[in-house]
Design a protein around this ligand. Structure first.
Ligand code: KG4
Ligand code: ZN
Length: 345
């Protein structure tokens, strides 16, 4: 079955066609970064307008690259949440209208389920496993029982990890989006240059939770306080020390979850899963089977949406023409998150 998946939750207009949840026939991602760069962050109004402008050409290109026509497509899917409301609405309404006019099934897909599925597009992964979902909006450690059955063990209590990368980069004028810029600068720096404070969320209630707001504040406003003697005050050193603390904050909680659950497979997803230090820290744990999506599938894309949709489709799920978008994930609390009820706001 061929599914056409549309993703427009933030600043990428994306469309992909995926066969049987596995074979990527085309994967077009039109990034709006240059339009937001001058504002040092995503401007929601610009994002929605660019999606309106680009959605049709991007979908056409996805069909052309796959050498297919609409007749060859079995179902249409789109991200329904979470994300920027205006941006979500463009891709979602476009997809729904397309499905209605072509008389094809329509599927709404949670963006975070998409990020988790990205690694499945190129790997055969058995459930259950531990998921590490790290993006610009979320930091989630979860037990994954099935493609839409997640048990949230921990989340951030304040900023997401991607947000911390972006804000540190913005403050120091390094550029937008900050993650990949800091990652690259950190390669030329020494992480021992500063010892930033690590969050002390050690009580039972926060056993798997992370926090990045304190780290962000320390790096931005109190950098000197945490600097170690003998190290040059360079942006490379600052990036390396910040990145080290951010990544170890994530892995310390993840490894706790590994010990407590006994699960040894870890699947990462989301933009921050592209981070080279996060990858190397997990690779050091040779007792674990850590699976990352290829770099191209870490960021937002339509293939991950089409991939998840295939499994809904196979199960017989369909979404109605009255289904809507939502900026947040309401189930985004510790405990069971039944993403199957994906249209219940
Ligand atoms: O998943 P994504 O593309 O969009 C959201 O769903 O939010 O994630 C974007 C986030 C941004 O915060 C970006 O700075 C971060 O992912 N990111 C990285 C790297 N590449 C992208 N963070 C750290 N290291 C990277 N190499
Ligand atoms: Zn994303």
């Amino acid at each position: 079955m061929k599914v056409l998946g549309i993703e427009s939750s933030c600043d990428e207009t994306a469309c992909a066609i995926v066969e049987d949840g596995k074979t990527i026939l085309s994967n077009v991602v039109a990034t709006q970064i240059p339009f937001h760069q001058i504002y040092k962050g995503v401007v929601p109004e610009i994002a929605s307008r660019k999606h309106v402008e680009w959605i049709l050409p991007v979908v056409r290109q996805a069909l052309e690259e796959a050498k297919l026509t609409f007749d060859d497509i079995d179902a249409i899917a789109a991200t329904n949440r979470p994300g920027l409301m205006g941006s979500l609405m463009v891709g979602f309404t476009f997809a729904k209208t397309l499905a209605w006019s072509l008389n094809k099934p329509f599927l709404a897909v949670n963006h975070m389920l998409g990020h988790l599925y990205a690694a499945h597009l190129v790997n055969d992964i058995q459930y259950p496993y531990l998921g590490l979902l790290v993006s610009g909006g979320h930091s989630i450690i979860c037990k994954v029982n099935n493609f839409d059955d997640l048990e949230i063990l921990g989340t951030t209590v304040d900023d997401s990890v991607g947000e911390a990368f972006d804000k540190v980069s913005k403050f120091y004028g390094l550029g937008y989006p900050g993650g990949v810029i800091i990652d690259n600068l950190a390669k030329q720096g020494d992480a021992r240059a500063a010892t930033f404070p690590v969050p002390k969320l050690d009580n039972k209630e926060h056993r798997y939770d992370v926090s990045f707001s304190g780290l962000k504040t320390a790096v931005i406003h109190q950098c000197d306080m945490f600097w170690n003697e003998g190290y040059e005050h360079s942006k490379e050193n600052m990036c390396a020390a910040f990145q080290e603390t951010a990544c170890k904050t994530l892995t310390s909680r993840l490894f706790r979850a590994v010990e407590d659950t006994g699960l040894t497979t870890v699947v990462a997803g989301g933009g921050v899963a592209a981070n080279s230090r996060l990858r190397s820290l997990l690779a050091e744990r040779t007792d674990l089977n850590c699976i990352f999506p290829p770099l191209k599938l870490c960021g937002d894309n339509g293939a991950m949406i089409a991939g998840v949709a295939y499994h809904f489709l196979k199960r017989g799920d369909r979404d109605g023409w009255d289904s809507v978008t939502c900026a947040r994930i309401p189930q985004f609390k510790r405990g069971l998150a039944n993403f199957a009820n994906r249209n219940k706001n």
